[in-house]
Design a protein around this ligand. Structure first.
Ligand code: PLP
Length: 394
């Protein structure tokens, strides 16, 4: 069998050659603990400092405002829990969007059990935050307002600058999860006006298990990982030097290639969306056409379970996700699509395609042809389609 086609770049990406090459010496040659007070330690510490400077420059913050973590999940947990604990005397009101990643939603649920009040911003049918609603729910005791920069499932790019202004109007800390956006969109934390921002390496051709949290100087965030004080007293754990070197190298390349990749990947995506909308009946594009991540296309196929299309595509050598990668495998409908107002059966039938810089137009066309035949075959077997679709729509 030929190598399968990978259309799941929002789940993870392969490590690029340059990052891999840069990382290799840090596993065995330059292996010192950067906190050690000797030559081996100093050499590792220099690599970590350089990586921090590189990423800080790209997102326009000071190096002292950037903390390395074990990835987006830890950064999200740390941001929300860390702010809640640091500001609990000032207030206990937290606002997040209902389409956040599970790392945020689950942390918010845990904080609600711990006496905090969690409220959710409204989003419209394309996933954009309703700013008027947000304005109406912020209060004097709101301590945290959090919304992702771009949604991992439907690709919606949120108006973070406006969200930050509303958060600051009541003195709340504003957080954004940029795991899907950093290295894909141009990001300047000062221009966005956010106080905290999560990033992850493995979405941008860097290694897994490493990420960062931007914490604006002056913003209080309590530690959640206690133990050592490796990340300047704020985050314990022996520094993952090779991963950090790989992360910063991948980020540097992503930044250099940003315009070119955006143009290329979004052209594949647009071609795909146009063909599917024109050639597959009873299909709904989830998320917007404009202000959408360049790689993302998410469809609900009426009368068919997302899982059955996923398996048919997998058999044909095409790798995609049903809903978010984290909730795939569960029978729950996507919380994102439900928040966008989709009925349960469509929220169950969604498939996310996320393209990458190594994909080709031929692969995209092959996927469209495969989808057309899989959808036709699955609908022929679907009693729902026979009773509703054929009669109502065909
Ligand atoms: N936030 C978003 C928006 C994501 O898409 C993901 C991963 O899918 C995460 C957070 C978690 O990041 P990580 O896999 O680095 O823990």
């Amino acid at each position: 069998m030929e190598k399968p086609i990978y259309f799941d770049h929002a789940a993870t990406t392969p490590v690029c050659e340059q990052a891999l090459e840069k990382m290799l010496p840090y596993f065995s040659e330059v292996f010192g603990n950067p906190n050690s007070q000797h030559a081996f330690g100093r050499e590792s510490a220099k690599a970590v400092d350089e990586a921090r400077d590189t990423i800080a420059k790209i997102i326009n913050c000071k190096s002292s405002e950037l903390y390395f973590t074990a990835g987006g999940t830890e950064s999200d947990n740390w941001a929300l829990r860390g702010v809640a604990n640091a500001y609990r005397e000032r207030g206990k009101h937290i606002i997040i969007s209902p389409i956040e990643h599970a790392a945020m939603l689950s942390t918010a649920k845990a904080l609600a059990k711990d006496g905090f009040t969690v409220e959710y911003m409204k989003v419209d049918e394309e996933g954009f935050v309703d700013l008027a609603h947000l304005k109406s729910i912020v209060r004097k005791d709101t301590i945290f307002v959090g919304c992702m920069l771009a949604n991992n499932e439907v690709g919606t790019i949120e108006p973070i600058k406006e969200i930050a202004e509303i958060a600051h109007s009541v003195g709340a800390v504003c957080f954004t999860d940029a795991v899907q956006a950093a290295g894909v969109l141009k990001i300047d934390v000062k221009d966005l006006g956010v106080d905290l921002m999560s990033m992850s390496s493995h979405k941008i051709y860097g290694p897994k298990g490493v990420g960062a949290l931007y914490i604006r100087n002056g913003v209080k965030v309590q530690s959640i990982l206690t133990g050592g004080h490796q990340e300047r007293m704020k985050r314990g754990g022996t520094t993952n030097v090779p991963a950090i070197v790989g992360f910063s190298t991948a980020f540097e390349i992503a930044e250099k290639e940003l315009d070119q990749n955006f143009k290329y990947v979004s052209s594949l995506r647009d071609h795909f969306i146009d063909r599917v909308l024109n050639e597959v009946p009873f299909v709904k594009l989830n998320g917007p056409r404009q202000n959408r991540l360049p790689a993302n296309a998410d469809f609900s196929f009426k009368f068919i379970e997302g899982e059955s299309i996923l398996f048919s595509l997998d058999l044909a050598g095409i790798c995609v996700s049903s809903g978010s990668a984290c909730s795939s495998g569960s029978l729950e409908p996507s919380h994102v699509l439900l928040a966008l107002g989709l009925p349960e059966e469509l929220a169950h039938g969604s498939i996310r395609f996320s393209f990458g810089k190594h994909n080709t137009i031929e692969q995209v066309d092959y996927a469209v042809e495969t989808i057309k035949s899989a959808v036709k075959r699955l609908r022929e077997m679907s009693p729902l389609f026979k009773s509703e679709g054929e009669i109502k729509y065909v």
